[in-house]
Design a protein around this ligand. Structure first.
Ligand code: GDP
Ligand code: MN
Length: 388
């Protein structure tokens, strides 16, 4: 799960990591009021679940409250496009108005879970070359990013903070601040079950203090049941509406960019189905696992989710009836088709428990669909129906 910068900065402050004072606004007038309270220079920042806002025009300085209002007005009306949003961009609904800082230098600091490392999988990364071009640095000069893995049984040690800070060209006072920040960051990361905490830039301000000017925090969804206070930070506006509907219907759905809508039971079969669609020259529109215990109602909901994606041009139903019997799948499909005006071609492959009954129900339902016996055959038929 992702959260907004203004929420993430509150968490940093809770953990004793310095961040600028500020407030969040949904209207230009609110932005003006906050700027008035802060007094002096401010920065107005678009709040969306994506980075690269600076380069996209989503971060603007303002010298006075009326300038902050003007900046907020232009940002709040934006469909902000950054390298992380895709070409369609994201609608900005809130801005963060915070005290501006005079920046001497921009550092980079993050903690991530790096599964490729096995046991020592929590890794700190730091770089003297922080700021908006960090992706460029990672691609062309990776040696400028210093990494440090933490063994879970040993925990984070002060010498690791020294190793990181030695690479950043800090003076003695800044090194002490940095060690404190890293220690607190690790505490935050563990206690809140994060999967990523990134501070970029971690600025050295003009008086020489370290300050988190931007931050991004992601959480491990499997840890969220332990953190009601984090779950409250969820912003459904930032999530794909189809994925939200799927969560509510308890089906595992991930939207993708292709046009063959898939309805499958079991994650493994769903992955295989996607692979075979690709092999047949097509692109899957989604991953969808209706699960083993799905009811006819859940099948219907899944079907509605599938068909409300405008990219879907053909539906491939691939069910291996085990605990989820084929007749129940057919009942769900027939129930859904009765309620939705379905014009899309559909390929159905049913095998396993109660397959005869399931096929008979479909045959007698008057639904139009193409039958396939084999898995690859089903994928080929679905792809060719789109081509025709
Ligand atoms: P991002 O582009 O989405 O990562 O947004 P950031 O919050 O990192 O802002 C982008 C850039 O704006 C930063 O790298 C800074 O150079 C600049 N910036 C952000 N806040 C301030 C500030 O308070 N003062 C100054 N001078 N620059 C800032
Ligand atoms: Mn940033």
């Amino acid at each position: 799960m992702k959260i907004h910068e203004y929420q993430a900065k509150k968490l940093l402050l809770d953990y004793g990591i310095p961040a600028p004072r500020g407030g969040v606004a949904a209207t230009p007038e609110e932005a003006r009021r906050i700027a008035g309270e802060l007094a002096g220079q401010v920065v107005v920042k678009a709040q969306i679940h994506a980075g690269g806002r600076g380069k996209g025009g989503g971060v603007k300085p303002a010298a006075a409250p009326d300038e902050a209002e003007t900046a907020a007005r232009s940002i709040l009306e934006m469909q902000l496009v950054t390298h992380q949003t895709g070409p369609e961009g994201k609608k900005v609904r809130k801005v963060l108005v915070e005290e501006a800082s005079a920046i001497r230098k921009e550092l980079y600091l993050s903690v991530v879970v790096d599964r490729s490392r096995g046991r020592e999988c929590v890794v700190f990364m730091a770089s003297e070359a922080g700021g908006m071009d960090i992706e460029q640095v990672a691609a062309t000069a990776p040696e400028k990013i210093v990494k440090c893995a933490v063994h879970p049984a040993v925990g984070f040690s002060p010498f690791q903070a020294r190793k990181l800070s030695a690479s950043l060209g800090l003076d003695a006072g800044q090194s002490r601040q940095f060690a404190e920040i890293v220690r607190n960051l690790y505490r935050l990361f563990l206690e809140k079950d994060c999967s990523l905490v990134e501070i970029n830039p971690l600025a050295i301000t003009e008086p020489g203090q370290l300050l988190a000017l931007d931050t991004k925090i992601n959480f491990d969804d499997d840890g969220l049941h332990r953190h009601p206070e984090i779950r409250e930070l969820r912003d459904p506006d930032e999530e794909d509406p189809l994925e939200v509907a799927a969560k509510n219907a308890a089906v595992n759905y991930i939207k993708l960019d292709g046009n063959v809508g898939c309805m499958v039971n079991g994650a493994g079969l769903a992955m295989t189905t996607m692979d075979l669609i690709k092999m047949a020259g097509g692109e899957p529109a989604n991953f969808l696992d209706v699960g083993g215990g799905a009811s006819a109602e859940q099948i219907e909901k899944a079907f509605r989710i599938l068909t409300s994606d405008p990219n879907v041009k053909c539906i491939l139903v691939n069910i291996f009836g085990g605990i989820l019997r084929c007749d129940r799948v057919s009942a769900g499909l027939i129930q859904a088709a009765g309620k939705i005006d379905m014009k899309l071609p559909m390929v159905v492959r049913l095998q396993g428990t109660n397959v005869e009954e399931g096929r008979r129900m479909l045959q007698e339902s008057g639904l139009r669909f193409t039958v396939a016996d084999g898995l690859y055959e089903a994928a080929q038929k679905a792809v060719s129906l789109i081509g025709s």
